[in-house]
Design a protein around this ligand. Structure first.
Ligand code: HEM
Ligand code: FES
Length: 439
């Protein structure tokens, strides 16, 4: 319930409020778009906070944007270990830089009397939000390594499921709390955009990163005050023109994009016969895969037991993969007692598929972040990223006449025995999990 609010309701609320609220602010208070500068109130700490914060966060968000906008390209690039390590290192460095920057900025707002005088409650809320969001991001990168790779199968499709109005929170429901909190934080930041100085991001004030510092000269004379007033008017006019130009450019690009799509739609695709064959083959493969998946799902809906194979085919050291009743990968082994041992192969850390080879310690390995699981208990090794055991699954061994010889029940108890029936004549089935659940 809480998950569906935080992962589905909140995103739509945030997107709607952000779009409508930003439009409303632009219509009613266009001159408040640029973030009011407080450089003339305090400059030293501002430099040490603002520069690292903006450089760090822009780099991090650029990475986020590319991963979200081009998931396939990003996903295939991240299969190269060197690229993955470089991306993670640069991302973490930039994240740490942003974190240091925001701490300095927060310290400045809380300690400089002059800056405090112009600080609103919303400024403090935004600072806190950005601090926690960056902290959660850095913690994600540190504690759940290789996010640049695993996010392509979890948070990226989740993000698109929200944008394409087919929300699927199950894609991220099993992620660790820190990662989920980072996602929720992103929606909260979006929610705050129209009500805070965050809206200045939309004015794309990138030149502030490299422009020379402003020189502020205080003067009490009336002439100077008039000049300052004129300057302020000129400045706000410039801001307005900049905003208008930004909107015009965005509008032109958008219309060009839409027009291009329309023209292409009416022209129809221009593809060679060879390309058409490749595309058709791809489409056919895709359809076959969807059909296979649906057939598996149907089989699991209609039956209480699914055949894995003969008992004689199972090995104590090399697992046989199959799809369990949750449509997740699982492994079948031959247990020390000569009976089957069925265990889920969906890693309890971030959902990677666990390998099927048993090592000398009787463990199987999840290669994503190195978690070893003992197959007899399902327990991960101490210190592993995975904290909970892989569940064992219920099974039944049936003879040629269809009689159940032995079975593992929900509580983990084993009932019956092979009663001298040779393993070649025994079929192994995985059973529908009973409501008490597998152990
Ligand atoms: C206001 C928005 C956001 C801010 C300020 C933010 C900030 C950060 C920071 C500072 C990091 C650590 C640096 C890094 O490793 O790249 C990070 C990591 C991460 N963020 Fe975000 N983030 C935001 C939104 C999002 C969203 C919308 C998603 C997913 C849809 C996301 C997914 C991730 C993931 C998976 C990581 C770990 C990357 C890794 O391990 O390399 N973030 N974020
Ligand atoms: S997914 Fe991280 S250890 Fe398995």
């Amino acid at each position: 319930m809480i998950d569906s609010f935080l992962l589905v309701g909140l995103p739509y609320l945030a997107i709607t409020v952000c779009v409508v609220g930003t439009f409303w602010r632009w219509k009613t208070q266009a001159f408040t778009w640029s973030s009011l500068s407080s450089q003339f109130l305090e400059a030293r700490q501002l430099r040490w906070g603002s520069m690292p914060w903006h450089l760090g966060i822009l780099l991090v968000l650029l990475g986020h944007l590319v991963a979200l906008a081009l998931p396939r390209v990003w996903g295939s690039l991240m299969t190269y270990p060197t690229l993955l390590v470089i991306t993670e290192t640069v991302g973490l460095g930039a994240g740490a830089m942003a974190l240091v920057g925001i701490v300095v900025l927060a310290f400045r707002r809380l300690t400089s009397g002059r800056v405090q005088a112009v600080t609103t409650t919303m400024d403090l809320v935004v600072l806190a939000l950005l601090f926690f969001q960056s902290l959660l991001g850095v913690l994600t990168a540190l504690l759940h390594r290789w996010g640049a790779a695993w996010s392509t199968a979890t948070v990226v499709p989740y993000f698109w499921s929200i944008l394409l109005l087919r929300p699927d929170p199950s894609l991220v429901a099993d992620l660790p709390p820190i990662v989920k909190a980072h996602l929720v934080g992103a929606w909260l930041v979006l929610l705050a955009v129209p009500f805070s100085r965050l809206v200045h991001v939309l004015a794309l004030p990138l030149s502030y990163l490299w422009r020379a510092p402003q020189i502020v000269i205080w003067s009490g004379s009336r002439r100077a005050r008039m000049q300052a007033k004129d300057l302020a008017v000129a400045e706000s006019r410039r801001e307005f023109l900049k905003g208008a130009a930004g909107v015009a450019v965005a509008g032109t690009l958008l219309s060009a994009g839409v027009l291009d799509k329309l023209v292409r739609f009416f022209q129809g695709p221009k593809i060679s016969g060879e390309m058409e064959t490749v595309l058709l083959a791809k489409r056919l493969r895709h359809l076959q895969m969807t059909a296979e998946e649906q057939a598996l799902q149907l089989e699991r809906q209609k039956n209480d037991r699914i055949l894995i194979g003969r008992l004689s085919e199972l090995s104590a050291t090399k697992g046989k993969y199959f799809i369990d009743f949750h449509m997740a990968p699982a492994l079948a082994f031959l247990g020390a007692n000569g009976l089957p041992l069925l265990i889920s192969a969906k890693c309890t850390h971030l959902g990677c598929t666990v390998g099927g080879d048993v090592d000398a310690q009787g463990q199987i390995l999840c290669p994503c972040h190195i978690s070893y699981f003992k197959i007899t208990t399902g327990e991960p090794n101490p210190g592993a990223p995975a904290k909970t055991p892989l569940p064992h699954l219920e099974w039944a061994v049936v003879d040629a006449a269809g009689k159940t010889l032995a079975q593992r029940t929900a509580g983990g108890a084993i009932e019956g025995s092979l009663a001298g029936v040779p393993p070649e004549a025994c079929q192994v089935y995985v059973c529908r999990p009973s409501p008490e659940g597998a152990s």
